[in-house]
Design a protein around this ligand. Sequence first.
Ligand code: ATP
Ligand code: MG
Length: 389
Amino acid sequence: MNKSQDVILPGATLGVLGGGQLGRMFVQKAQSMGYFTAVLDPDATSPAGLVSHHHIRTGYEDAQGLAEIARLCAAITTEFENVPAAALELLAQTRRVSPAGSSVAIAQDRAAEKAHFVACGVPVAPHAVIETPEQLAAVPAHLLPGILKTARMGYDGKGQARVQTAAELAAAWQDLGRVPCVLEKMLPLAHECSVIVARAQDGSSVHLPVQRNLHRGGILAVTEVHEENLPPAQAQQALEAAKSVADGLQYVGVLCVEFFVLQDGSLVVNEIAPRPHNSGHYSQDACDVSQFELQLRCMTGLPLVQPRLHSPTIMLNLLGDLWFAQGDAPLTPAWERVLALPGCHLHLYGKRDAKRGRKMGHLNVTGATPAAVRATALKAAAILGIAPF
Ligand code: ATP
Ligand code: MG
């Protein structure tokens, strides 16, 4: 079969590296469209492994596991960026793989990622790479106060330390194990936004509307999407920047580009995720094509059509905290009360144990107007114990 041109039609088997909730929602979408699925993840109870036709339970570097997913699947994607780029490159020798290992390798490393943004002419936060004591000593004073972030393996605000002074910076680097880091200047944020771009093999691309995001404690809490969620010029600038970043990578697949909007209205790119993203989950219920269908269309070579937002929407993340009453007693959230509200769409990931800060699911709220969606989302938040926004 011609690896790069043929369209992979329903009936074929599609593979995903990683068994988390993003993999689960991809698998569910693929199955609804008549594909078979295979998930590679070592965890026997992984959210995606539980619902997939095939579950290969090995590590991401296991030669037999990789050979098995290649044997089963016509095309393979990934659901998290810490899959070794070498595994993707190995699979790409015989199967269609998107995104490419080279794109994932850049997204895995904050320093490489920042260098890519600069090369694309997209504004980034003032920053310095810290890999040696000499680089630590040479950090310019104007980068403080700042946030020290490990170059690799960070997520949901993990591997980060906020530092005010050079002494705090030195101590934080020590605490992080003196691994390669990036120090970013602490910026005065007005808000945050993100864009999901889907780019095909032929370089054409489509995108979801710009998402406005609220983070709490370094974790996404709320995403709001409708025509008035951002000034149009700002939204346009974010879309163009996201497209430049995807084009610069010659990216194939779904890419999320996260931005900071500063208090003076200017836009700074924060980071990219080489996969569907938590801030794109609203597309499942508020758009005619979801981010998971875009992922499938990119990997199979099916046509990309521009998604349309048909309802204003708010997504609330459902963290494990909602499963605990005061005093840490276990609690079952009152789903029946939430689902009595109009336009509430519940998504749970099938994780057995709730832990504080763990992403257990999300609630997409849709409605006729932004004001109606907001009113419903605030009621749902109050029922569930999510702070108002
Ligand atoms: P994830 O991968 O889950 O998005 P992460 O661990 O990679 O998160 P970042 O996106 O770098 O972390 O940062 C998490 C949050 O911390 C941001 O969304 C933002 O709210 C805040 N933050 C990060 N960097 C800065 C900065 N330079 N100035 C101000 N706030 C920042
Ligand atoms: Mg982030």
